[in-house]
Design a binder for this molecule. Sequence first.
Ligand SMILES: [Zn+2]
Length: 140
Amino acid sequence: MCAPLHQGRGAHAGPGVPGTISWFLNPSAQASSHYVVGPAEVVQMVELDLEAWTTDWMNAEWLAIEIAQPKLGDPITDFQYRATAWCLLQMQARYRFPLDAAHLPFHSETPQGIQIGKTDPFSRGSEAGRRFYDRLFRLF
Ligand SMILES: [Zn+2]
């Protein structure tokens, strides 16, 4: 079990949590995640024991969190770090997997993300990605 991390940037259906939810509710999106974590709210979109359409393949093996930003370049808020950690702890409590970088890949690091050039939530091996993990892992 792994939980790929995504970052929605309002590119499809509008910014933040409302835009992300609107996109997930659009059948043509063919996309969903278990949780959407906005700057100040968390929404569970898919029950943990159901499959979310997170990366086109291996969805049955993965849980997913979408960090929803109002616009490109907005920093991840302290609430989003704490809420993401809370969501991951809910997942870990049920499925018992390590909360480390190997089990919490960025979408950009998944086979599908590499194939189609995804960069969310951070590029593979980036300094920003390392800082994200450092801050997130302190919350476990
Ligand atoms: Zn993604």
